[in-house]
Design a protein around this ligand. Structure first.
Ligand code: IMP
Length: 430
């Protein structure tokens, strides 16, 4: 039976989804991105070689896997062309393997200018966006004025519509934000390369995916960012502008919800967050610094240092519920090696009351985490590929997560490389 597996982040992004997508792509015919844009940064390390992808699905590193960008993704023509070039320079064939929905909204220069102007105007209330124009591009989509990939095919219409939309956004840039407007010719130029290469990329994605399923072949849906950056379910307004939860895989690709068979939720063994916004288990002490250093916690897109903290099960359980997560993959277990005592947040205190679940993210920054303490391990777990070889205390840590989340752990990642993985159950074989 063909299976469609959705991989999503269960925290604030950067959980290591790219590595898992890459690992599981040898079981599939297609990998599909369904939301986000080039704000994502998926780091893949294959036999020591590191590649960072922003827009193209992580399946691109396996030959014969079709890479599909669904309608839920916003596409920057320049970022896409740059990424295709980078991959081809490394000898990775992209042409013929990449398919894009005509309904993907474009991210253009005025979106970037608006993103940056808004962030600057927000001062202390800034979101800490990646500055890539993602939010304004989704705004245009919802406002029904976006230029989309399919519009590139009709040159005269495209240039006329572009003129109108540039004028509109330039008015806001100039008159409201008091910043430099964008240059129409430069925006047009940004689209030229993609326009001349777009024909063979555009595909009816829902029908393509339906066909693949009918042929009894597996599909992997690759989420970007994480549950608490979801525009509806995240720590609003400190979120990204798309649905990062599993439902987004359906609306963002045109595959009906009953054709998504399994959701693999990715969580780090601790927690990180880039950008501003509440983070109850954040550690500003030596352990936080240690996690950042050991885990090389710098954003793959902006190189900003990530904030680090203990694993938060109140948040994780919520992510599991919202996305009907079937099982977990715990990444970066090795980063906890050598820490004497580990903490897991199991509830919050707020206003003198204990909350095992929390629905109002507005009060998150005033919540005190309640922790359980578990003994750490001194042994090195980096690179371990067999569960039985993990130290006793590392296994106890994982078992505690399973017990408190009520779902199994299928995969444990013990290093950045594809090979450094313990696979307990294969999501495609269940
Ligand atoms: P935007 O997506 O650029 O609008 O940024 C909104 C928020 O999402 C900011 O806090 C970003 O740091 C965060 N964000 C966006 N993409 C990623 C990602 O791939 N990993 C982690 N955080 C992200």
């Amino acid at each position: 039976m063909a299976k469609s597996v959705v991989i999503i982040g269960c925290q604030w992004g950067d959980e290591g989804k790219g590595k898992l997508v890459d690992l599981l792509t040898d079981r599939v015919s297609a990998v599909v991105r369904f939301q986000g844009g080039h704000n994502a940064g998926h780091t893949l390390v294959i036999r020591g070689r590191k590649i960072i992808l922003h827009l193209i699905p992580s399946g691109i590193l396996r030959e014969d896997v079709l890479c599909v960008i669904g309608n839920g993704v916003v596409i920057s023509p320049s970022a896409l062309m740059e990424e295709i070039k980078m991959l081809e320079q490394q000898g990775i064939l992209v042409k013929g393997r990449l398919k894009i929905s005509s309904a993907c909204p474009l991210v253009l220069l005025y979106h970037v200018a608006l993103d940056r102007a808004r962030e600057a105007a927000r001062c202390k209330q800034a979101i800490g966006t990646t500055g890539r124009g993602i939010g304004p591009a989704y705004e245009d989509k919802i406002a029904r004025r976006a230029l989309r990939v399919g519009d590139l095919l009709d040159e005269s219409n495209f240039t006329a519509n572009l003129r109108e939309i540039v004028d509109y956004h330039n008015f806001i840039l100039r008159e409201y934000y008091r910043v430099e407007p964008v240059n129409y010719d430069q925006v047009l130029e940004q689209t030229l390369e993609l326009r001349s290469n777009i024909d063979h990329l555009i595909t009816d994605v829902p029908m393509l995916l339906a066909q693949i399923r009918q042929q009894n072949k597996n599909i992997l849906f690759e989420g970007a960012q994480g549950a608490f950056l979801d525009i509806d379910h995240g720590t609003y307004p400190y979120v990204t502008s798309s649905n990062t939860t599993a439902g987004g895989a359906s609306t963002g690709s045109g595959v009906g919800p009953l054709h998504l068979d399994y959701v693999l939720g990715i969580t780090k063994a601790y927690t990180t967050r880039v950008g501003y916004g509440p983070f109850p288990t954040e550690l500003k002490d030596d352990i936080g610094i240690h996690l950042a250093k050991r885990g090389q916690e710098f954003g793959a897109t902006t190189n900003r240092p990530r904030r680090c903290g203990w694993l938060d099960l109140v948040a994780l359980r919520r992510a599991i519920t919202i996305s009907s997560v079937s099982s977990l993959c715990v990444t970066k277990l090795d980063v906890l090696d050598g820490i004497e005592s580990l903490h897991i947040c199991i509830a919050y205190y707020y206003n003198g009351q204990r909350f095992d679940l929390l629905s109002d993210s507005k009060i998150l920054d005033r919540c005190e985490p309640i922790y359980i303490e578990l003994p750490g391990w001194q042994e090195i777990t980096a690179g371990i590929t067999e569960y039985d070889q993990l130290p006793h205390n590392a296994r106890s840590y994982l078992q505690k997560i399973e017990e408190l989340c009520g779902i199994p752990i299928d995969i444990v990642s013990t290093g950045a490389d594809r090979e450094q993985t313990v696979v307990l159950r294969d999501p495609f074989a269940i």
